[in-house]
Ligand binder design. Structure first.
Ligand code: AMP
Ligand code: MG
Length: 468
C-alpha cells in the first residue's frame, strides 16, 4: 500500500480553504476502481483500502482534507462565495513521472461551503462522471480523471430516495477561474498575487521569469482553454455548465454534471434541464470561452501593470485575440477530422460548409463514415448538400484518407441512451452494463457495433440534470 501526499496548496494559500473532514461512509462498497490510473500514479492499494479511503470511511495516511474556496459566475450571475460544498481535497500526489495531481473526494459530506446542500452525491451521477471523464481521456481530451466510485451505504434524497456514493477524482489541480474571482471580489491583492504565483509555479513554471508573468499566464490559460473547447466541439461534447467555477486553469475538462454528447448535429443543442436560455448550448461554447476568460482577465488587472489603464489595454489585447486563437485551434481539429494533410487557406470554410450540409445527421458517425459514401448516405434524410460538398473535400484529400479518418474520428462515444441504461442498472444494483459500456468507450476507435448506433427514436430528446 503506497499513497504519499503533499499539500502545497494548503501550505501556500492560507485563506483559500477550510480544513474539514469527510463524512464516514457507513458501509462502503467499491463499485469501480481505475486500476490502470492508480498504477500510472504509482498508487498501490488493495480493494479494501480503496473502498475505505475513497469513500471517506477512513483517511489514507498523510491526507489532510480541506474544502477549497472559490467564487463564480453561474449562468452569468456572480456568487462571491461558492467553494467545495460536497468535496474534500485529500492532498496532492506525485506520480512516478514527476507530475503532481490533486486527489479529491466528491459527495463526501457537508462543508462550510455547502449552503443549502446536503454535501452528498448519488451513485448514478458519480458513475456518470466516471464514464464520461474516462471516455474523454480515451478520446485524448484533457480532463480530470476518475479513480474510483464507492457506494456509501447511505440513502441520498433527491426527487426520490437514491443510493449514495463518493467519487474519487484526480486533477492536475482544482484551480478555477472562480478561485481567482474569490480573492478578486474581496479586493485582496496579496492573496490574489499568491494565488497567481502558485498557479504559475504549478502549471506554467517556465513563465515565472517572463517579462510580465501574469500576462503570460493569461495567455497560457487562453491557449489551453481554446484548445480544449476546440476538442469538445470536434467531438460534439456539450459541457452543460460552463460557469466560471467549472473552468480549470490547467485546461482540463472539469465538473461533469449535465454534460452529454450531441447525436444529430444541431448547433443549438442543450441537454441541461436548467439551461432554459441555451446559454451553454453546443454552438455557444466558444463564446462562453471568451466570456469566462474575460472574467479571469479582470481578476489579473492589478497584477498585470501598476497603471490600471495600461493593464486593461494589455488584457483587452489578449481578450480580442481569443476568437482568432479559438478559430485556429478549431480549424486544426477539423483538419484532422477531415483527414486533411497540411494546411490550406480554404480549410476552415470547407469545414464550415460541411456543418451546413450535415444538419441533423449523426455527428460522430458522419465523420467516421466520411470516406465511405454507401455507409454515409443512410445517416442523412437530405443528401443534396453533401453531394455538392463531397467532391470539394475529395479534391483536398490524398492517399490514405480512410485511415486518417478512422484514426481521428471515434466510432464509439458515450451515447446518452447507453449511459442512461448503464446508470439505471447500476442504481438497481447491476454493474454489468456499466462495465460493458466503460470497456467500449475506453477503446473509442474500435468499431463496437452495439455502442455505435444513435439512440432509438423512442429515446426522445435527452435531458440531463444538475444538482446531482
Ligand atoms: P457544480 O454544479 O457541481 O459545479 O456545483 C456548484 C456549487 O454547488 C459548488 O459550490 C458545489 O460544491 C455546490 N454543490 C453542488 N451540489 C451540492 C450538494 N449536494 N451539497 C452541497 N453543495 C453542493
Ligand atoms: Mg463545479
Amino acid at each position: 500500500m503506497t499513497l504519499t501526499f503533499d499539500h502545497t496548496y494548503a501550505r501556500n494559500l492560507p485563506g483559500a480553504y477550510l480544513r474539514v473532514t469527510p463524512d464516514v461512509a457507513p458501509t462502503p462498497r467499491l463499485l469501480v476502481l481505475n486500476r490502470t490510473l492508480a498504477a500510472d500514479l504509482g498508487i498501490v492499494l488493495s480493494d479494501i483500502d480503496a473502498a475505505s479511503w475513497f469513500s471517506g470511511a477512513t483517511l489514507p495516511p498523510g491526507a489532510d482534507p480541506i474544502a477549497q474556496a472559490y467564487a463564480g459566475h453561474q449562468f452569468g450571475g456572480f456568487s462571491p462565495q461558492l467553494g467545495d460544498g460536497r468535496a474534500h481535497l485529500l492532498g496532492e500526489i506525485l506520480a512516478p513521472d514527476g507530475r503532481r495531481f490533486d486527489l479529491q473526494l466528491k459527495g463526501s459530506g457537508r462543508t462550510p461551503f455547502s449552503r443549502g446542500g446536503d454535501g452528498k452525491a448519488a451513485v448514478a451521477p458519480m458513475l456518470r462522471e466516471y464514464l464520461i471523464s474516462e471516455g474523454m481521456a480515451a478520446l485524448g481530451v484533457p480532463t480530470t480523471r476518475a479513480l474510483a466510485v464507492v457506494a456509501t451505504g447511505e440513502t441520498v434524497w433527491r426527487e426520490t430516495a437514491l443510493p449514495g456514493a463518493v467519487l474519487a477524482r484526480v486533477a492536475a489541480s482544482h484551480l478555477r477561474v472562480g478561485t481567482f474571482q474569490f480573492f478578486s471580489a474581496r479586493g485582496d491583492k496579496a492573496q490574489l498575487k499568491a494565488l497567481a504565483d502558485y498557479s504559475i509555479a504549478r502549471h506554467d513554471p517556465d513563465l515565472a521569469g517572463a517579462e510580465n508573468p501574469y500576462l503570460a499566464f493569461l495567455d497560457a490559460v487562453i491557449d489551453r482553454q481554446a484548445d480544449l473547447i476546440a476538442r469538445w466541439m470536434g467531438l460534439g461534447f456539450i459541457h452543460g455548465v460552463m460557469n466560471t467555477d467549472n473552468m480549470a486553469i490547467s485546461g482540463e475538462t472539469i465538473d461533469y454534471g449535465p454534460c452529454a454528447f450531441m447525436e444529430g448535429y444541431a448547433p443549438g443543442t442543450v441537454f441541461s434541464s436548467i439551461d432554459h436560455q441555451g446559454r451553454y448550448a453546443y454552438a455557444n461554447q466558444p463564446l462562453i470561452l471568451g466570456w469566462n476568460l474575460a472574467r479571469l482577465a479582470e481578476t489579473l488587472i492589478p497584477l498585470i501593470d501598476r497603471d490600471p489603464d495600461r493593464a486593461v489595454d494589455l488584457a483587452n489585447d489578449r481578450l480580442h485575440s481569443i476568437a482568432g486563437r479559438y478559430r485556429t485551434a478549431w480549424t486544426g481539429v477539423m483538419r484532422r477530422k477531415l483527414g486533411l494533410l497540411g494546411a490550406d487557406a480554404g480549410d476552415a470554410a470547407l469545414a464550415d460548409d460541411l456543418l451546413t450540409a450535415m444538419q441533423g445527421a449523426d455527428w460522430t458517425l458522419t465523420f467516421r463514415r466520411l470516406a465511405d459514401p454507401a455507409a454515409l448516405r443512410p445517416l442523412f434524410t437530405e443528401f443534396t448538400a453533401m453531394e455538392a460538398w463531397l467532391p470539394r473535400w475529395q479534391a483536398r484529400t490524398g492517399d490514405g484518407v480512410s485511415t486518417r479518418i478512422a484514426e481521428a474520428n471515434p466510432a464509439v462515444i458515450p451515447r446518452n441512451h447507453k449511459v442512461e441504461a448503464a446508470l439505471t442498472a447500476a442504481t438497481a444494483g447491476d454493474m454489468a452494463p456499466f462495465h460493458a459500456l466503460l470497456a467500449a468507450i475506453q477503446h473509442p476507435f474500435v468499431e463496437t457495433e452495439a455502442y455505435m448506433l444513435p439512440a432509438p427514436t423512442g429515446f426522445g430528446p435527452h435531458v440531463t440534470y444538475c444538482g446531482t
